[in-house]
Design a protein around this ligand. Structure first.
Ligand code: DC
Length: 222
């Protein structure tokens, strides 16, 4: 079975996907982490995104994988875990920019579909229900007000010990969502058959319970 969870940043996708994966024993496929890992490499190598040949070369020479290790998701970039390094505002912006590129999306699409063959998965991202796994049995589109999403991201960054400014976090989030929704290839979009859930004023537990009900219903049908 495949569960697809899409939505803008800060809508609660990771919290939901992790809960479902744990509860159901499914593989957790955090596609945003894959875009982030590649973005980290592009930043480290100071790659100019306008230089197609160079981007192509780096993409071809990069290995990205996800691995669960004692309840924690390891994000492997060329064999090294970079899970702690990819949650910065710089990487967020670079991931949003580089994910608009055709070569980047084509490579990650291939990797993500390959991971989908490893077993039952809960995949979260922007184009899971529309492009990566259009055949997913359960599709959820999570959303929340921009203010609430920015507040969550701000709290996360503060908790991680980063000196951040709320107005700045809000602005960066709006900018990223606009870019992710307006790009030509696989933009953030709700699939026609996805269930939309607004998480602005619903706690994570209730959202998980609602989606678990959908999953159980689907499992009975099949
Ligand atoms: O979900 P996230 O914030 O970790 O994702 C980081 C960026 O990666 C996001 O701004 C856009 C891109 N992304 C994407 O284009 N497609 C996906 N399926 C997942 C993420």
């Amino acid at each position: 079975m495949i569960i697809a969870i899409d939505g803008p940043s800060g809508a609660g996708k990771s919290t939901l996907a992790q809960r479902l994966a744990q509860e159901l024993g499914f593989i957790y496929l955090d596609t945003g982490a894959m875009y982030r890992a590649l973005a980290l490499k592009l930043l480290r190598q100071a790659v100019d995104l306008a230089d197609d040949a160079r981007v192509n070369e780096v993409v071809r020479q990069t290995a990205i994988d996800l691995r669960e290790n004692g309840g924690r998701l390891e994000v492997l970039l060329d064999g090294r875990d970079v899970a702690a390094e990819i949650r910065t505002p710089e990487v967020s912006q670079m991931a949003s920019k580089s994910s608009a590129l055709k070569v980047v999306r084509a490579r990650l699409l291939e990797l993500q579909r390959e991971m989908g063959r490893r077993g039952s998965v809960v995949a979260e991202g922007r184009d899971i229900g529309t492009v990566i796994f259009p055949e997913a049995e359960v599709k959820v589109f999570l959303d929340a007000s921009t203010r609430e999403r920015a507040r969550r991201r701000y709290q996360e960054l503060l908790a991680a010990g980063r000196a951040v400014d709320f107005a700045e976090t809000f602005r960066e989030m709006e900018e990223r969502d606009k870019r992710d929704s307006e790009r030509d290839i696989a933009p953030l979009r709700q699939a026609a058959d996805a269930v939309r859930v607004d998480t602005s004023s619903v706690d994570a537990e209730s959202v998980a319970a609602l989606v678990l009900d959908l999953v159980k219903k689907k499992a009975r049908e099949n």
